[in-house]
Write a protein of this length. Structure first.
Length: 89
């Protein structure tokens, strides 16, 4: 019985470490992407992406704040996306 508990605990620990390591690696890869890449890869998942000139700079800032929460993105990622979109105006 003790062996089963130890094996189960070790298995769960290894699984948790593997999952957490994968999440960290994904965030590091995302941090290396440009605003244009992040915009194209993330925004299209849920809706058609509008033209960067569809909104003015203030509107993109507001949209970025809203979408940061909805898309579960980091401040850095949203900052890059908004900077890319604002550069088109």
């Amino acid at each position: 019985m003790k062996k089963l508990v130890i094996i189960s605990t070790l298995s769960l620990s290894i699984t948790a470490i593997a999952i957490l390591s994968g999440c960290t690696a994904q965030r590091e890869v995302a941090a290396q992407k440009s605003g244009a890449e992040l915009w194209a890869q993330n925004c299209i998942r849920c809706h058609n992406i509008p033209s960067p000139t569809a909104y003015n700079n203030d509107e993109w800032e507001t949209i970025g704040l809203h979408m940061r929460e909805r898309a579960n993105m980091t401040n850095e990622q949203i900052g890059k996306i908004v900077e890319f979109l604002q550069a088109a105006n």
